[in-house]
Structures are given as structure tokens and as C-alpha cells.
Ligand binder design. Structure first.
Ligand SMILES: C[S@@+](CC[C@H](N)C(=O)[O-])C[C@H]1O[C@@H](n2cnc3c(N)ncnc32)[C@H](O)[C@@H]1O
Length: 316
């Protein structure tokens, strides 16, 4: 392995009640700024702030890539763990095993359909760990990982050498690929960043072939979930599978807490630790509590673009 084992931190909300932060007597504007950024995924976008929020989110992910020149972060999701105590993915190689929960989320989402021999696009591929896992373990014919943070895409292009896998810069709301060019579109913990979910869904529908699948997982405020489900239907998708995976996400956060905590202590300069703890959804942070209280929920969907209807037979 070329990198240190710092490949997977994800978060939401750092917390100023963390005694390690409080002990350093950091006060004033800076902790407020950290908290604001850390909670970015948990802010709901409304109206006119959409463009600014999009730029800020992009700046945040660009910043993570900048920070990560040394340590090579490869996953940025909250993870998934089966409730019955089973391994999230049965057979992981030694290089992937430390990231079992982050990979577990990809595995749960991607195994809804058979990807073998398919053309797959991931929108919001981040640091590419998930795309690399899917390309290696599910054997699609070709896979593109797309993200609008160009630093992340540059990292992926340098880092991964997997047959059939490539990376592209692009915006979920203006996907830079022709109509009907993919069989499956994968979207893992990225859509909460999009100011216009309807634009993303109409683009997803456009680039999928008839009968193709959108495999989706993300978090939402509990009150917003029904609106997201309706948006899938409005875009023309059929809901084939839907599952509340909040308990699985929470379990992954709990099981991986100690490991991530050690990584943050060892690898992140103290001044950024609170932000990373928030971003990684550590126990005791606001993001963790949001899931535990049910205020925020995490759902998985398998959505199908209806197959093309047969041409009407010509009448004489
Ligand atoms: C929480 S990270 C998840 C990354 C990856 N799916 C994973 O699980 O490791 C969210 C990703 O969505 C990307 N993203 C946010 N808005 C986007 C947009 N409009 N178009 C494409 N990617 C976007 C971010 O740059 C970031 O890499």
C-alpha cells in the first residue's frame, strides 16, 4: 500500500463540546467557522442561497483535497454495518478491510442490480475509493467516477489504476455525457450537496438507458424525505427498492468510532481536529446525534427508468 491508513473519514458535525477542543480554550470566530463548515451537510438549502452554497460545498471538498496531500483520504461517507453483527462485505482483501464500513455502504447500494458487463457512472465519486471498489468487485464493463471537485478528480486520476475505470470532472446538475449512455448511475451520499435535486434527477434520467437504474443513498432531514421520494417519481423513475438504513449508518459510526478517533488524533493538525470530528460523524457530535434522535434519516433507493415502450404497430 502506498498510503498511510487514513483512507476513510466522513463526517458531518464537529462539536465544540468535545473536551479536547474545550481544553484548548479555542474561542470566538474560529470555532464558529469550524462548526458552520462541519455542519454544512446538515444545512437545508432554500431559495436564493443555492448558488453560494454550491460554491461553498465545492470549496470545502477542494479544501479537503488540499489538506489531504499527505494522507490520502479515499472515502467520505458515514458507512454501513449490518445490524446482526455480520461483516458488511464478506470477502474483502487486506487493503480494503480497514475501510469495511465505507465500502459496506457502496456494497449495499450497488448490489441492488447485477453490474457485471454494464456501463456505470458514479456521480459524486469524491476521492474515488467507492468507484474503485465497485470496478474491482462488481466488474462492470466500464465505469466513470464523476465529481465537480477537480482536485478530487485529479487525485483519483493519479491514484487508481483499475481496468475500465476512469474519472471526469462534472456537475450533477449538468452531467457532461450524452443521452442514454449508461446502464446504471450510482449516487452515494452526494445529493444532499445539490441545490437543485430536480435538475440532478432529470439529468440522471436523461443519461440512463431505458430500463437503467439509479442506485441512490443519502441522508435527509426526516421532514424532507417524502419530498425526495416524490421528486424521484416526478422525474419519471419507478421505485424498485427503498430502505431506511439509518440504524445501519449509526451502527457503522459506532463501530468505527475508535479507529477514526485515533486517525484524527494522529494525522490531523489539532487546529482542524474539531472540524474533522464533525465531518467524520464521531460519537457525541451533532451529526451523530441527529441520526440517533431520528431528526436526520439515511435512505437507500433503487430506482428504475422505465423500459422503452414498444413502438405501436402500424395500422393499415
Ligand atoms: C460526502 S462526499 C461523498 C463522496 C463519495 N461518494 C464517498 O462516499 O466517498 C460528497 C461528494 O459529492 C461531491 N459533489 C457535491 N456536489 C456535487 C455536484 N453538484 N456535482 C458533482 N459532485 C458533487 C463532492 O465534491 C464530494 O466529493
Amino acid at each position: 500500500m502506498r498510503d498511510r491508513d487514513f483512507s476513510s473519514l466522513r463526517g458531518g458535525a464537529a462539536t465544540l463540546e468535545d473536551p479536547r477542543i474545550a481544553g484548548r480554550n479555542v474561542g470566538g470566530f474560529y470555532p464558529l467557522l469550524l462548526r458552520w463548515f462541519g455542519m454544512l451537510p446538515f444545512r437545508r438549502t432554500t431559495g436564493g442561497g443555492a448558488g453560494a452554497r454550491k460554491r461553498l460545498t465545492r470549496a470545502w471538498y477542494q479544501f479537503l483535497s488540499f489538506m489531504d496531500r499527505r494522507v490520502h483520504l479515499r472515502y467520505m461517507n458515514y458507512g454501513y454495518a449490518p445490524i446482526d453483527g455480520a461483516e458488511p462485505v464478506a470477502e474483502l482483501g487486506p487493503e480494503d478491510a480497514p475501510n469495511r464500513y465505507f465500502i459496506g455502504l457502496y456494497h449495499r447500494v450497488a448490489s441492488a442490480v447485477d453490474l457485471k458487463g454494464k456501463q456505470v457512472l458514479e456521480v459524486g465519486s469524491g476521492r474515488g475509493g467507492g468507484a474503485s471498489f465497485v470496478a474491482r468487485y462488481f466488474r462492470p464493463k466500464a465505469m466513470v467516477g464523476m465529481d465537480y471537485a477537480d482536485r478530487a478528480v485529479a487525485f483519483c486520476r493519479r491514484w487508481y489504476r483499475v481496468d475500465g475505470l476512469r474519472f471526469a470532472v462534472g456537475d450533477a446538475e449538468r452531467i457532461p455525457f450524452p443521452d442514454a449512455s449508461f446502464d446504471v448511475l450510482l449516487n452515494v451520499e452526494s445529493s444532499h450537496c445539490y441545490p437543485h435535486m430536480d435538475r440532478f434527477l432529470s439529468e440522471a434520467f436523461r443519461v440512463l438507458r431505458p430500463g437503467g437504474f439509479l442506485l441512490f443513498a443519502d441522508m435527509r432531514h426526516a421532514e424532507a424525505l417524502a419530498g425526495v421520494r416524490q421528486a424521484f417519481l416526478t422525474a419519471g423513475f419507478e421505485v424498485e427498492q427503498e430502505q431506511d438504513i439509518t440504524p445501519n449508518v449509526l451502527r457503522a459510526l459506532t463501530l468505527d468510532n475508535e479507529r477514526k478517533s485515533g486517525l484524527i488524533r494522529r494525522e490531523v493538525p489539532w487546529i482542524f481536529r474539531s472540524m474533522f470530528r464533525v465531518f467524520a460523524g464521531m460519537e457525541g457530535t451533532a451529526s451523530y446525534r441527529s441520526f440517533a434522535s431520528g431528526e436526520w434519516v439515511y435512505w437507500r433507493f433503487a430506482l428504475r427508468k422505465p423500459p422503452a415502450s414498444p413502438e405501436p404497430s402500424p395500422r393499415c
